[in-house]
Design a protein around this ligand. Structure first.
Ligand code: NBG
Length: 841
């Protein structure tokens, strides 16, 4: 590895002394502190100081600073003793931390300087870091954006999650399509986490319920594993406040090893509990097709809830002993627990259990405390994503919790019967337990709604649908329980740090960088949208980002793309409702038309590069077929000498946070084209819009609000609306649907075999027929296709008008202020959690 001076920085540089200076904020001292870590917190042999060694030492030097701020934050929180929020989430998609931490601490200059002294560029070192990918997609990334905003807004808050050894799988694209390989972020270690050996809680599984002579109950027996805390510092932007993401790891104790058996040569038997404990945090989202898989996933969920609540309660207790006065009824005025989707629902019965069985509260008191403490965010209306756990599995793993859930349900049903005769026939759908003898289950969303003081959706349309449909009857019982909190994204990672060029332009024109924490200030750009000088600066920033992206694409896929073509991107998990299939069918149609054109006609078209990226769940066959189709289409189109000047198709492999940080700044058009009513919010749509990328999209999720904010003339709208969808499905069932000839032509073209020998029959079949499982075009690709193609034609027209496009791009950024997660979190803090800022002085 060549350094800036042209020599290989393979050994510790001489001439700079290694010195511990944890508070360093200036280049030379930072360099000394980095060297100190390379030398005295060694993880590698001392002879080498390559980029990887430099990354670890750099991260550790930064960690010194973070630890200081972190300690100051907790000392302050402890002194002020404010109400605190605990965000429980099974997923966090943190991505890389180095650039973000340096940026939030405003140390870019000094760190770049320090590393240069050590023979490296900051970017090169940052590139070494692996993504912390402890999440699947939008839901996990939302949690990470929220942490950034909580810290930045100085809110007393914690994130709780699991320390998966292998995060989301790595996606490999081969001739077979997508292959999954285990992710390796902890293969060496993460420099950001700090293990808290003093924060350990026992978590029980299985066992039975013991009834004591006084009637109280206690969960006993079974397996007990230990939850050990690993803290990851979350620095706020431009503030001292640094909060924690506390990730639990499951462990067995030394004494759980059966030495006798071990010495008998029964190694596996002897270490049973160790290996069972280890399984818990092995992977994010273990496959749950099997009974074992389901059990493991349920264990994960309970493990998160139990460890977190014990920790929360012990923090509450600490104060009780010092003050001697804290009452349980005060708990909800000190603690807010937010459940990120239903995955942490077990927090409800676990809090009840801890209060009653471990702390002696009666049912009514425990219920009052619990239901005033917990709140629930719903992130989907898709029935297959609404969790339902088998009652028998739950009785087996969590017998005491099932007693509690049964009691909650019984009391709820009784209240309805006593007070709402009109709802009698709704009870079977409102109740928590679904006692269908075929398959008795616990409906987690119902448990959440019944037990939480507040339930929210994640975009206005989604929250309206929740109230009008999924939770309509609950709304009639508790009209004030339901809220909307439109999602947001952190402008630090998603603009300031991923596109410094554009950020500098914005700061220059707004004459302030305050927009970074007050994103509504972006509206100040509107007045300059026609300004030629701004437009030309804007265009050159975009061009630089596109060029960087083109280089990246060539590096990872070997496909060379034209940086002056229109960059059209769709990146998100692959799912039929997100309709990547519609995108690729549109591309196929475009390809066919280009082939049919004469050369001079082709020259009049707008050259486009279509990039599609995203992971398909390992067992989701149709999603994997879509991945394969995109790759096959790319192979054919990109090697077609007649067409490939005008169209390229790239499947971007292994889409993750870091790849997003490269793609989004270089995008010009992005596709958010889900069937209306199905995407709860979407958050990448916000990131693209913020980066001056225009959206082609349906009236779904947060698209609706983005279009309102950026102006309808700056949004390429098409497709059915959510309220039309049921009627359209019905018409299809009744055989009344007539497909557009362009749609038929595109499908036929695939069937003709131009894209290879892979059998696309089963995928295309999902678009055929009117009824039946996996048939009848449930996602309305056929219905929306013609209006989609018309909208795409408008995109081409608009792109030809350079100035017009730049203006739209500027207006898109200018209208994105609402979508800061600072706004979202400020609303949660005020309207759900009732917490206030607690800035470190
Ligand atoms: C996802 C939705 C997205 C939404 C994110 C974050 C789940 C269950 N839901 O539309 O599909 O943006 O949550 O709210 O992952």
């Amino acid at each position: 590895m060549a350094n800036t001076n042209g020599k290989a920085a393979t050994s510790l540089p001489e001439g700079i002394s290694a010195k511990a200076i944890p508070e360093a904020t200036e280049g030379t001292e930072i360099a000394q502190n980095i060297l100190y870590h390379a030398k005295y917190s060694p993880h590698f042999s001392p002879l080498k100081f390559g980029p990887e060694q430099a990354l670890y030492a750099t991260a550790e030097s930064l960690r010194d600073r973070l630890i200081e701020l972190w300690n100051a934050t907790y000392v302050h929180f402890n002194k002020v003793d404010p109400k605190q929020t605990y965000y429980l989430s099974m997923e966090y998609l943190q991505g890389r931390a180095l650039t973000n931490a340096i940026g939030n601490l405003n140390l870019q200059g000094p760190y770049a300087d320090a590393l240069r002294k050590l023979g490296y560029e900051l970017e090169e070192i940052a590139e070494q870091e692996k993504d912390a990918a402890l999440g699947n997609g939008g839901l996990g990334r939302l949690a990470s954006c929220f942490l950034d905003s909580m810290a930045t807004l100085n809110l007393p808050a914690w994130g709780y999650g699991l320390r998966y050894r292998h995060g989301l799988f790595k996606q490999l694209i081969s001739q077979k399509g997508q292959e999954e390989i285990p992710e390796d972020w902890l293969e060496k270690f993460s420099p950001w986490e700090i293990v808290r050996h003093d924060v350990v809680f026992p978590v029980r599984f299985f066992g039975s319920v013991q009834v004591n002579p006084d009637g109280s109950r206690k969960w006993v027996g079974g397996d007990v594993v230990q939850a050990l805390a690993y803290d990851v510092p979350i620095p706020g932007y431009n503030t001292k406040n640094t909060i924690s993401l506390r990730l639990w790891e499951a462990k067995a104790r030394a004494e759980d090893l059966d030495l006798y058996q071990f010495n008998e040569g029964e190694y596996e038997l002897a270490a049973q509990l160790h290996s069972r404990a280890q399984q818990i945090c092995t992977v994010l989202y273990p496959g749950d097709a099997t009974e074992n898989g389901k059990l493991l996933r349920l264990k994960q969920q309970f493990f998160l809830c139990s460890a977190s609540l014990q920790d929360i309660i012990s923090r509450f207790h600490e104060r009780s002993t010092t003050e001697g006065s804290r009452k349980w009824s005060d708990f909800p005025s000190k603690v807010a627990v937010q459940m990120n989707d239903t995955h942490p629902t077990l927090a409800i019965p676990e809090l009840m259990r801890l209060l009653m069985d471990e702390n002696g509260l009666g049912w009514d008191e425990a219920w009052d405390v619990t239901s005033r403490t917990v709140a629930y965010t719903n992130h989907t209306v898709l029935p297959e994503a609404l969790e339902k756990w088998s009652q028998s599995l739950m009785w087996k793993l969590l017998p005491r919790h099932m007693e509690i859930i049964t009691e909650i349900d019984k009391r709820f049903v009784k209240t309805i019967r006593d007070t709402r005769v009109d709802l009698e026939d709704k009870i079977s759908s409102l109740s928590i337990l679904d006692n269908n003898p075929q398959k008795p289950v616990v409906r987690m969303a119902n448990l959440c709604v019944v037990s939480s003081h507040t339930v929210n959706g994640v975009a206005q349309l989604h929250s309206d649908i929740l109230k009008a449909e999924l939770f309509a009857d609950y709304v009639s019982i508790w009209p004030n329980k339901f809220q909307n909190k439109t999602n947001g994204i952190t402008p630090r990672r998603w603009l300031r740090f991923c596109s410094p060029e554009l950020s500098d332009i914005i700061t220059k024109w707004l004459k302030t960088d305050k927009w970074i924490t007050d994103l509504d200030l972006l509206t100040g750009l509107r007045q300059f949208a026609d300004n030629e000088e701004l437009q030309s600066e804007w265009a050159s920033a975009k061009a630089a980002n596109k060029k960087r992206l083109a280089q990246y694409i060539e590096r990872v896929t070997g496909v060379s793309i034209d940086p002056t073509s229109l960059f059209d991107i769709q990146v998100k998990r692959i799912h039929e409702y997100k309709r990547q299939l519609m995108n690729i069918l549109g591309v196929i149609y475009r390809f066919k038309k280009l082939k049919e054109m004469k050369p001079e006609e082709r020259k009049k078209t707008v050259p486009r590069t279509v990039m599609i990226g995203g992971k398909a769940f390992a067992t989701y066959t149709n999603a994997k077929r879509i991945v394969k189709l995109v790759n096959d289409v790319g192979d054919v189109v990109n090697s077609d000498p007649e067409v490939n000047e005008y169209l390229k198709v790239v499947f971007v492999p292994n889409y993750n946070v870091t790849v997003a940080e490269m793609l989004i700044p270089g995008s010009e058009l992005s596709q958010h084209i889900s069937t209306a009513g199905m995407e709860a919010s979407g958050t990448s749509n916000m990131k693209f819009a913020l980066n001056g990328c225009l959206i082609i999209g349906t009236l779904d999720g947060a698209n609706v609000e983005i279009r309102e904010e950026v102006g309808e003339e700056n949004f390429f709208l098409f497709g059915a609306t959510a309220d039309q969808v049921p009627r359209l499905r019905k018409e299809r069932e009744d055989g009344l649907f007539k497909p557009d000839p362009r749609f038929e032509e595109a499908k036929q073209f695939v069937k003709s075999g131009v894209f290879g020998t892979y059998d696309y029959g089963p995928l295309l079949d999902s678009l055929e027929g009117n009824t039946g499982f996996g048939r009848g075009d449930y996602f309305l690709v056929g219905y929306d296709f013609p209006s989609y193609m018309d909208a795409q034609a408008k995109v081409d027209e608009a792109y030809k008008d350079r100035k017009g496009w730049l203006k739209m791009s500027i207006l898109s950024t200018a209208g994105s202020g609402k979508f800061s997660s600072d706004r979202t979190i400020a609303q949660y803090a005020k309207e759900i959690w009732n917490i206030e800022a607690c800035p470190v002085p």
